[in-house]
Design a protein around this ligand. Structure first.
Ligand SMILES: NC(=O)C1=CN([C@@H]2O[C@H](COP(=O)(O)OP(=O)(O)OC[C@H]3O[C@@H](n4cnc5c(N)ncnc54)[C@H](OP(=O)(O)O)[C@@H]3O)[C@@H](O)[C@H]2O)C=CC1
Ligand SMILES: O=C(O)[C@@H]1CCC=N1
Length: 272
C-alpha cells in the first residue's frame, strides 16, 4: 500500500454515499490514516457500516479533534441543513464541497466568516483511481490548503484547477455526470445486441468489454478519439453503416449537446 497520502490533521467526510464513498475508498487504499478519518452519515446502511468498519474509519463520532479538512459530499438539496451543523468543526479548516451547483458564495454564506472553501467536481471512477476532478478555490484558501486539496483529488485521478467558477456548470455536465452517459452507452449497446439476436448474457459481455476496452485504448494513447474512431471504420464497411446513423444531423452529437445543456442548466438551478 502506498503511504504517501498524508494531510496535516484529521479528515471529516460528511456524506459517505456514492461519491463520498468512492473518494474515501480511494484515499484509504492510498494510505490515508483511517484513525484520523471520520465520517458523518446519520442513517448509514448496513453495507456502509460494514465497509467503514472494515476500513477502520470512525463513523458518526460523538467527539473528534478539529479537522484539517472537511469533505462535503451530501446532496446539494441538503446544503442548507448541513452547512450550519459544520460551524463548530471549522477552525483553520479547509472545506471541500463536491456538491453540484453549490457556488463558493453559497458555501461561504453557510459557513463561518473567512472559511477556506474549495469547490470540486470529481466523478465516480475515483473508486478505481480514475476520476477527473476540477477544482476552484475561494480567496481564503492558503497555498498549503490548495496543495492538500490537490493531493487528495490527485490520489483518486487527474486534477485540473479553474479560475473562472462559472465554468463549473459545464464541467459538471461533462465530467461529473459524464460516466453515466458512458454507462448508458454500455446499456443501450447491450439492448441493441439483444435486439440483433444475441443472448442477454452475450450482449452484456460484449457491450461491457467493448466500452471498457475502447476506454482503455483512449486512456493509454494520446491519439484523438476521432482518429481511433476512423481506425475502426473501413470504407464501405459495417462501422461506416452504423456511423451513418449515429452521425446523422439528429444523431449523437445533437443529442449529446442537448444532454450537456440540460445537465448544465440543472447545475445552475441547484445552485440558486
Ligand atoms: N454521484 C456522482 O457521480 C457525483 C456526485 N457529486 C455530488 O456528490 C454529492 C453526493 O452525491 P451522491 O454520492 O451521488 O449521493 P448519495 O445520496 O449517494 O450520498 C449522499 C450521502 O449523504 C448522506 N446524508 C444525508 N444527510 C446527511 C447529513 N445531514 N449529514 C451527512 N450525510 C448525510 C446520505 O444518506 P441517506 O442516503 O441516508 O440520505 C448519503 O449517504 C452530491 O452533492 C452530488 O452533486 C459530484 C460528482 C459526481
Ligand atoms: O447527478 C448529479 O447531480 C451528480 C452531479 C454530477 C454527477 N452526479
Amino acid at each position: 500500500m502506498a503511504e504517501w497520502l498524508q494531510i496535516p490533521g484529521p479528515l471529516l467526510l460528511v456524506g459517505a454515499g456514492k461519491m463520498g464513498g468512492a473518494m474515501l475508498d480511494g484515499w484509504i487504499n492510498l494510505g490515508l490514516d483511517p484513525k484520523s478519518t471520520y465520517v458523518i452519515d446519520p442513517q448509514p446502511s448496513p453495507e456502509m457500516v460494514a465497509s467503514l468498519e472494515a476500513s477502520g474509519v470512525t463513523l458518526n463520532p460523538t467527539e473528534m479533534p478539529m479537522p484539517a479538512v472537511i469533505i462535503l459530499a451530501v446532496k446539494p438539496q441538503m446544503a442548507d441543513a448541513v452547512l450550519p451543523t459544520l460551524r463548530s468543526y471549522i477552525h483553520q479548516t479547509l472545506v471541500i464541497s463536491v456538491m453540484a451547483g453549490k457556488t463558493l458564495a453559497t458555501l461561504e454564506a453557510g459557513l463561518p466568516a473567512g472559511a477556506a472553501v474549495v469547490r470540486a467536481m470529481p466523478n465516480t471512477p475515483a473508486a478505481v483511481g480514475r476520476s477527473i476532478t476540477v477544482l476552484v478555490a475561494n480567496d481564503k484558501v492558503a497555498q498549503s490548503q490548495r496543495e492538500i486539496a490537490d493531493s487528495l483529488m490527485a490520489a483518486v485521478g487527474e486534477v485540473a484547477w479553474l479560475e473562472d467558477e462559472s465554468l463549473m456548470d459545464a464541467v459538471t455536465a461533462v465530467s461529473g455526470s459524464g460516466p453515466a452517459y458512458v454507462f448508458l452507452l454500455a446499456e443501450t449497446l447491450t439492448y441493441a445486441g439483444l435486439r440483433a439476436g444475441l443472448s442477454a448474457d452475450m450482449a452484456a459481455t460484449l457491450a461491457r468489454a467493448t466500452v471498457a476496452g475502447a476506454g482503455e485504448l483512449l486512456h493509454r494513447t494520446d491519439i484523438p478519439p476521432a482518429v481511433l474512431r476512423k481506425n475502426v471504420t473501413s470504407p464501405g464497411g459495417t462501422t461506416a453503416a452504423a456511423l451513418d446513423v449515429l452521425m446523422a444531423d439528429d444523431g449523437m452529437e445533437a443529442l449529446m449537446i442537448k444532454a450537456v445543456e440540460a445537465a448544465a442548466k440543472r447545475s445552475r438551478e441547484l445552485g440558486s
